[in-house]
Design a protein around this ligand. Sequence first.
Ligand SMILES: *Cc1c(COP(=O)(O)O)cnc(C)c1O
Length: 365
Amino acid sequence: MIKFLDLKKINAQYQSEIENAMIQVLDSGWYIKGAAVTDFESSFASFCGTRHCIGVANGLDALVLIFRALMVQGKLKKGDEVLVPANTYIASILALTENGLKPILVEPDHSTFNLSLNGVKTNITAKTKAVLTVHLYGQLATDMVDFCDEQNLLLVEDAAQAHGAKNDLGQRAGSFGIAAGFSFYPGKNLGALGDAGAVTTNNAELASLIQQLGNYGSEKKYHNSLQGLNSRLDELQAAILNVKLPYIDQEIIKRREAAKFYQENIKNSKITLPNWNENVENHVFHLYVIRCENRDKLQAYLLENNIQTVIHYPIPPHKQSAYKEWNNLSFPITENIHESVLSLPISPIISLQEQKKIVEVLNNF
Ligand SMILES: *Cc1c(COP(=O)(O)O)cnc(C)c1O
């Protein structure tokens, strides 16, 4: 069986380094907001090319805290409209409704799966105050950066799938908006051994607010200036991330090589490949997502041939029971994406032999 993602094998590459890092935390006797968290925050900020990074408990909290801080600053208030792609993972939308903001679901570009400049332009109203762009599957969605700047719209990035993706100028995911949320959920390209997340920003005031909000709203122990929450990056997870971060660029290269192999060798008129120019580094292939009209049949056929695949995602947010008020809305592009996408196995350790088998099976469908 070719697994969709073999996390044990991925982490085994760094086994002894991870063990040492965990023992160091144990020996330090300091388990919350210690040296490993501080080190990770400064390394990840420099990796992303931002002035600040704040470690938080997970990717959802990263986004929740960004919007909460923007509200504390008075830049947003309850009921303000925020544009967000209709085909995103539910976390992007939960971060808005959690803060009493109003998500305006926008159809993505059909070929990139991402929010486009045109999507932003056609959905903007007088009530639109912010845009939450999502670098879905690991591909930058930054078309709207200049427009948001000109229109005074706050741009926030959901970079949970896009660690290290960069544009032609070498600017990385997490450095385009007022702030960005990252997830280090184990299956993400930079994955911890549990939940973890971070916010990156160039704005010092926002960084300090997010830091406080994620730590009980306190600047100084037992002095609470804001009604915060407990959402801190765990010291052990930070120690593990410190081991893995130096390897991420080489892992991205391997993911891109694997994607390139699929791009060049999958030849089946029933299958649409991702829209990606092989010479650009704007895609880090957290997921390699193909489209097929008979998707469910294709998935079953691949499984019969011992190839595991996953659907990201089977149900769009507006069709979820959590958002009953949207269940009757119609987003044809989004719905078509959810009906036709299929994610193939991809990782820094997928072998050429495995890929050849996957391609051969796909080409015979
Ligand atoms: C994973 C993910 C999140 C949430 O991250 P968690 O760490 O699981 O809370 C948010 N947005 C997107 C696009 C994601 O893929």
